[in-house]
Design a protein around this ligand. Structure first.
Ligand SMILES: Nc1ncnc2c1ncn2[C@@H]1O[C@H](COP(=O)(O)OP(=O)(O)OP(=O)(O)O)[C@@H](O)[C@H]1O
Ligand SMILES: [Mg+2]
Length: 277
């Protein structure tokens, strides 16, 4: 019997592979992000997490596999079309217009939604200026949300790392995405900032975006915030499940702590998921 209660994933990758010449950065990775949920993605450095985001958003062409948004095949679409269809992201290495003001950086995000494109937003063409007054109000609303409204006139480059990460988040949210992809949003943040961010991220699904995919090294954040966690190791998905289950997973512990750790402590990890590559 087929269940009618299982929701369709909002975003899915199906056996996505990305090779950079001889280097297979992502190999046959399938993930599913559901409405109202946060999907965490963890994995050691160089595992292929950011590359997966780059493939989803059309920043790099994939080698094989498919990307689906609301069941629609968006594989190979250029970045601006993927953005318009409702996929927004933040970057591991913060990408802001440092000379532009805080609010202008958010307005650029809104232009992913507005009629004028990002280029005309940056060049401030007349068509863009007409959209600006409503855009300004909306941009300010997103700055309020992340607590940066008081700094709206400052150049983005003058903000601290933590504030810049919040600004990137405001910009991505201003595009009113269906899916928000966050690439290590807590990198460079202190403990207090990370906790505030974590609380904020948990409020996003269903409110500010339908679902969130969260790449994060901060294990406490990812385990607390995520409904499900997928683990990538050396380009392959080695586990996918509820946070508590993934934390106990033998292959995950091996990926993080090394096989030696498991050899010393055989009581850990009840359930090997897949063979190592
Ligand atoms: N544009 C590129 N050209 C060539 N190799 C790349 C490119 N982008 C990523 N890689 C390589 O692909 C592999 C996966 O990199 P990726 O940045 O996706 O890892 P990651 O899981 O995000 O790591 P981290 O946790 O350090 O951010 C790495 O070996 C990286 O050097
Ligand atoms: Mg990365």
């Amino acid at each position: 019997m087929t269940s009618t209660t299982t929701p369709r994933p909002l975003l899915a990758t199906q056996a996505v592979t990305k090779a950079f010449h001889a280097l297979v950065a992502v190999f046959e990775v399938s993930i599913e992000a559901y409405p109202g949920q946060i999907l965490g993605i963890i994995g050691p450095n160089g595992a292929g997490k950011s590359t997966l985001f780059n493939v989803i958003t059309g920043a790099v062409p994939l080698t094989a596999g498919r990307v689906l948004l609301e069941g629609r095949d968006i594989t190979g679409l250029p970045m601006h079309r993927v953005a318009r269809l409702g996929v927004a992201r933040t970057f591991q290495n913060i990408r802001l217009f440092r000379e532009m003001s805080v609010v202008e950086n958010v307005m650029v995000g809104r232009h992913a939604r507005g009629r004028s494109g990002i280029l005309s937003a940056v060049l401030r063409l007349p068509s863009t200026r007409r959209e600006d007054s409503t855009l300004l109000d909306r941009a300010m609303a997103y700055l309020e949300l992340v607590g940066l409204a008081g700094r709206w006139q400052q150049p983005a480059g003058a903000l601290t790392t933590g504030q810049q990460r919040l600004l990137e988040l405001a910009r991505a949210l201003a595009a009113e995405p269906k899916v928000l992809l966050l690439d290590e949003p807590a990198a460079g943040l202190n403990t207090r900032e990370t906790e505030t961010l974590s609380d904020f991220i948990q409020c996003i699904p269903g409110e500010l975006a339908s679902s969130v995919v969260l790449i994060e090294h901060d294990m406490r954040l990812v385990m607390r915030a995520s409904h499900r966690v997928a683990v990538i190791d050396r380009g392959r998905k080695i586990a996918d499940g509820p946070p508590a289950e993934v934390q106990e997973d033998r292959a995950v512990i091996a990926a993080y702590l090394g096989d030696d750790f498991l050899a010393r402590d055989t009581s850990r990890g009840r359930r090997p998921v897949e063979g190592r590559p």
